[in-house]
Design a protein around this ligand. Structure first.
Ligand code: HEC
Ligand code: HEC
Length: 437
């Protein structure tokens, strides 16, 4: 999640070049701006696509076998690392200094931040990001934009530099169903972008697939869509959240710029601390999770979705996407879409693109000048599983839907304004809809 300073990136921004003959800038009446029919009836995209598996139930979506009873698993019994339960055990596992934890870190296991209501869900845990905005340049804090809140030695905990004027929280996101999101093609994301009304059009950021020699792919994971593959994200998280190095991220983090890795008194484990297996295990676990399921879909919730569409929320919070067919080679050749994840219909209520809705946190995806424009862009928060989250927006600082909507300005200004012009009854219906997600 920290910027990959060591990697020479060939990252390009796919320019929003779509030229559409029709004028799409008016969004008040759904059918006119984007083809609502298509969103409501995904069959028109792919004839033989079927609904993805959903549920908060610790059951595999079919990509991996369920495996042995979870309760019986122990460190020693998890050797095959092939089943959903084996891999979930590793995702849940609390790491220690002997395993490579730290010296600076945020938490001891992936589950610590991704567990609501089951392993892989979102959580209230936030991390701190800081930096300094100079006149024309962004400077990362010493040691990177992630300020590690914990360390294995009291003197190593990173404290905020008073001069670092860019300060933000980032709350832990959901990873359930992320295998489906990974299986969505670049073309699908680009075509959503190209159909968006001009004043709402998102940015598709190409990011490097680290396990495929930095092949470019459109990012979709994280608040800044900073990664396109789950393996890349997992390696990044293992280092930057837990302090565990792996072949894709072999260099230990510093403590406020000071080297505290192997060879110093603080770190007994040579790098890479993980041989790369754990990282694949995390990715495979996430790929085998079901997508968040819906709550009860009442008549009010259905009517509320119509209101949601009528005021243009669905331009960014896109209800339905379809994954690539099984056998499609993705991630720069590093992954092939399996049967369980291919041709699946998902309802993430996101376009996975970046937008400026005026809530941005001032931290660019990379600190180099060509990324300066990303400083205030944020990925459309996927609304699936919304009913399990009580802290909203990237910083977790909004307490209610209405508070979150009030922070929608910039590209979402017209849509949010339309919300505040709704009748009480329409707002009630929208609430029923949002509460069902
Ligand atoms: C200290 C809390 C914490 C720990 C530990 C942690 N994460 Fe995360 N995770 C986050 C936060 C915060 C984000 C959003 C970060 C951002 O976008 O800047 C996130 C985002 C993600 C995402 C992107 C999901 C999406 O699309 O939004 C993936 C994938 C992920 N984490 C995987 C992992 C894995 C695998 C591990 C264990 C190696 C892990 N995380 C450990 C806090 C944590
Ligand atoms: C131009 C794109 C765009 C439009 C239009 C839009 N949103 Fe959003 N929405 C976003 C982005 C981007 C975020 C994340 C912002 C952040 O975290 O700072 C977001 C976040 C949210 C969240 C918080 C979700 C969470 O898990 O934290 C809710 C709720 C939400 N939007 C509802 C709506 C509703 C309701 C509408 C229509 C009135 C709407 N949005 C219109 C882009 C949009």
């Amino acid at each position: 999640m920290k910027t990959h300073v060591k990697i020479v990136l060939a990252v390009l921004v796919v320019a929003a070049t779509a030229v559409t003959a029709q004028k799409r800038d008016r969004f008040k009446h759904d059918g006119k701006i984007r083809n609502e029919q298509e969103l409501a009836a995904p069959e028109v995209f792919v004839a033989n696509a079927t609904e993805a598996e959903t549920g908060f139930d610790n059951q595999t979506n079919g990509y991996l076998d369920q495996g042995p009873e979870f309760e019986t698993l122990t460190d020693e019994s998890v050797v095959a690392l092939r089943s959903f339960n084996d891999n979930r055990f590793i995702f849940d596992e609390v790491e220690t200094v002997q395993d490579g934890l730290g010296p600076v870190y945020n938490a001891q296991s992936c589950r610590e931040c991704h567990q609501n209501v089951v392993t892989g869900g979102a959580s209230q845990i936030t991390e701190q990001r800081t930096g300094r905005q100079g006149e024309n340049e962004f400077f990362e804090s010493l040691g990177g934009t992630i300020l590690h809140s914990r360390a294995t030695h009291p003197d190593l905990v990173e404290l905020v530099d008073p001069g670092d004027n860019v300060r933000t929280f980032r709350i832990s996101t959901n990873v359930l169903g992320s295998g489906y999101v990974e299986a969505v093609s670049n073309e699908t994301l680009l075509s959503i972008r190209d159909q968006q009304p001009r004043h709402m059009r998102g940015v598709a950021l190409e990011t490097p697939i680290l396990e495929a020699g930095n092949a470019a792919r459109i990012g979709r994971f994280g608040w800044k869509s900073q990664h396109a593959s789950l393996e890349s994200f997992a390696a990044d998280a293992y280092l930057n959240e837990m302090g565990i190095t792996s072949p894709l991220f072999p260099d230990e983090n510093t403590s406020r710029g000071n080297y505290v890795g192997f060879g110093t008194e603080f770190d007994p484990v040579p790098d890479p601390e993980d041989d790369g297996i754990d990282v694949i295990v995390f990715a495979d676990f996430m790929r085998s999770t079901k997508a968040p399921s819906r709550g009860e879909i009442t008549a009010d919730a259905l009517a509320g979705e119509t209101v949601f569409n009528s005021i243009g929320c669905n331009n960014c919070h896109v209800p339905t996407l379809v994954t690539s067919p099984p056998g499609t080679v993705i991630n720069g050749g590093a992954f092939v879409v399996p049967e369980a994840l291919g041709d699946k219909i998902i309802h993430p209520y996101s376009d996975f693109l970046l937008h400026d809705i005026g809530s941005g946190d001032g931290v660019p995806v990379q600190s180099t000048p060509e990324f300066a424009f990303t400083a205030n862009l944020i990925r459309t928060a996927p609304l699936w599983g919304l009913r399990t989250r009580s802290r909203l927006m990237h910083d977790g600082q909004s307490f209610t839907h209405v508070e979150a909507i009030r922070r929608h300005k910039g590209q979402a200004r017209r849509s949010a304004r339309a919300y505040f012009q709704l009748s009480d009854e329409e707002r009630q219906l929208m609430r029923a809809f949002l509460d069902s997600l």
